[in-house]
Design a protein around this ligand. Structure first.
Ligand code: DAH
Length: 340
């Protein structure tokens, strides 16, 4: 039995030094020192020995066990240090690697134009207001001097919800909301969505307008012209000129359509301006006295001007976009070009 113990010792020490992972080492520990380990079993079978041999044998087995435990502990320290080292190596950071670029979003070109317009008018002392997109017929038409059977209603293909409720076809109704609530002086711009049953390369069923309204004592057509000239220069560049053509809107008198000198050819004539040198960008005029009366103002006391500009139209002209639908498809490859 002594030789057996010596054999176990040799094999166990061998297994211990051969173990290449902490896990393998634990297997060896179980195999020799576990409850059913070889050394444990042999100690238990000691009863077969004559009693005088037992103490010596017991001592031997204990010595072997101590030695084995010591060897296991030493090897375990070695192995766990090596494993830790390997883990750290795998985790190491290469601080010389170039960083990964964070993709930055940009504001939608429509939002950019709205923001630029707001800033231009805020600098002139205007307030920014908003109105509802679902609107009463009264505000969208009647109060703006467009009675139910008026042919001017045909200018706008309107989405009706009920007989007197609709999706606003213009931002002009915001004028009425503001004048109903406030006394002059009034100086506002009102950006927002508008809706018309119309769809092709230059029309979208939903698009954006920005309405402007100024009412005070002594406001004249010259104020309107000067304001729009300044706006055009700030929006399209200092060389930009404007031109007013007589027009008709039911809520302004007189009314004008306003052109800016072509921002592509600077007025020489090109494809974008159909060789005219001018681009139409907005409608404007002096607020019709009937509109002022409807909101309880006295046209003998105060006068005003108003204008309405299409946001998508400005974006298309400014960025050379030839199809309005590109603005609403939200293809990131398209939008990425408009870094702010
Ligand atoms: N609301 C008009 C439209 O959508 C645009 C407009 C024209 C607005 C003249 C105005 C204005 O305030 O004075 O066609």
């Amino acid at each position: 039995m002594q030789t057996q113990v010596q054999e176990i010792k040799t094999a166990a020490l061998e297994a211990c030094s051969q173990a290449s992972t902490v896990q393998e080492l634990n297997q060896a520990r179980v195999k020799y020192l576990g409850k059913k380990g070889e050394l444990t079993l042999i100690l238990r079978s000691m009863g077969q020995l004559p009693s005088e041999e037992r103490p010596l044998f017991g001592k031997l087995v204990n010595e072997v066990r101590d030695e084995l435990e010591q060897a296991l502990k030493t090897r375990e320290l070695e192995l766990s240090a090596a494993e830790e080292q390997e883990r750290l190596m795998g985790e190491s950071l290469d601080i010389t690697l170039p960083g990964r670029k964070v993709a930055r979003g940009t504001l939608h070109p429509v939002t950019q134009i709205i923001n630029e317009t707001k800033v231009i008018f805020m600098e002139m002392g205007y307030e920014i207001v908003e109105g509802p997109e679902v609107e009463w017929d009264y505000y969208n038409f009647e109060a703006l001097n467009i009675p139910p059977d008026h042919p001017a209603r045909d200018m706008q293909d309107t989405f009706f919800i009920t007989e007197d409720l609709l999706l606003r076809s213009q931002t002009s109704p915001v004028q009425i909301h503001v004048m109903e609530k406030q006394e002059p002086p009034i100086r506002i711009v009102a950006p927002g969505k508008v809706y018309r049953a119309d769809s092709d390369v230059t029309h979208s069923p939903m698009f954006h307008q920005i309405e402007g309204l100024v009412v005070d004592k002594g406001i004249t057509f010259a104020d309107l012209k000067g304001t729009l000239q300044l706006f055009a220069e700030k929006m399209f560049g200092p060389e930009t000129k404007i031109r007013l053509r007589p027009s008709y809107f039911p809520f302004t008198e007189p009314s004008a359509e306003v052109d800016v000198s072509c921002i592509i050819c600077k007025g020489d004539g090109c494809r974008v301006c159909s060789d005219t040198g001018w681009l139409e960008i907005l409608g404007a005029g002096m607020v019709d006295p009937r509109v002022l009366v409807k909101v309880g103002y006295d046209p003998a006391e105060v006068t005003g001007f108003a204008f309405g500009v299409g946001v998508e139209r400005m974006a298309m002209l400014k960025y050379g976009i030839n199809d309005i639908r590109l603005l609403f498809e939200n293809d990131v490859r398209f939008l990425e070009q408009f870094t702010s």
